[in-house]
Design a protein around this ligand. Sequence first.
Ligand SMILES: Cc1cc2nc3c(=O)[nH]c(=O)nc-3n(C[C@H](O)[C@H](O)[C@H](O)COP(=O)(O)O)c2cc1C
Length: 194
Amino acid sequence: MIELPDSYSDISQTLESSELILADAVENSKTLFHTLVLSSLDNEKVASRVVVLREFNKNERYLRFHTDARAAKIKEFELNNNAAILGYDPELKIQLKLQGTVEVNYDNDVTKSAWDASTSRSKKCYSVDGGSTMHIEDPSKYDLKDGNIEDGYKNFAVLLFRFSSLEFLYLKSSGHRRALHNWDGEYSSSWLVP
Ligand SMILES: Cc1cc2nc3c(=O)[nH]c(=O)nc-3n(C[C@H](O)[C@H](O)[C@H](O)COP(=O)(O)O)c2cc1C
C-alpha cells in the first residue's frame, strides 16, 4: 500500500499523490486505479470502457493501454483523438479525472516492445476470431483456443493517452479537497470548490 497524506494543505501534494497512485496502479491489481475508465467520442456520443493501465510515464505525461486493433474505439480515436480517463478507489477516497488525446500505435516500435513484455495469457486474447465488437450468433464459438499466440500480434494495438489536465478529488469528512493541474502551455494549478 502506498503512503499518502491524510490531509492536503499544499496543492503540490495533490499532484504528487496522483503520480504515486498511477505509478503504483500499473503493477498493483488490487487498487481500482489498475482498471481505469477510458472515454472517447463516437461521433456525437460519448463511449466509455474499462481498460487495464499498463504504464504511467510521469515525465512525458502519458498512460499506456493495450487493445485489439479491430476494436470500435480505434476508429473513434482515428476520427477524433480527444479522450478522458476516470478512476476512483474507495480505499484511497481519491478520484482522478484526466483529459488528453490518444495516439494509436500499430505494428511499430511501441507495439513491438509492449508485445514482447506481455505475458502469454495477455497475448492469447488477441488471437480471437473476428475481432472485438463483431455481432455474432453464438459466443461459445469465439472462446479462446490454443494455437500460436504470436499470431495475435497482427491484432495488437497500443494506445498512448497523453494528458494535458489532471483533476484530483479527495472526499474526506475532515475537509474535501479538489485540485486542477493543467499543462496547456505553461503548467498551472488551482484549487477548485469540491
Ligand atoms: C476488468 C476489465 C479489463 C479490461 N481491460 C481492457 C484492456 O486493457 N483493453 C481493452 O481494449 N479492453 C479491455 N476491457 C474490455 C473493454 O472494457 C471493452 O469492452 C472492449 O475494449 C471493447 O470496447 P470498444 O468496443 O469500445 O472498443 C476490459 C474490461 C474489463 C471488465
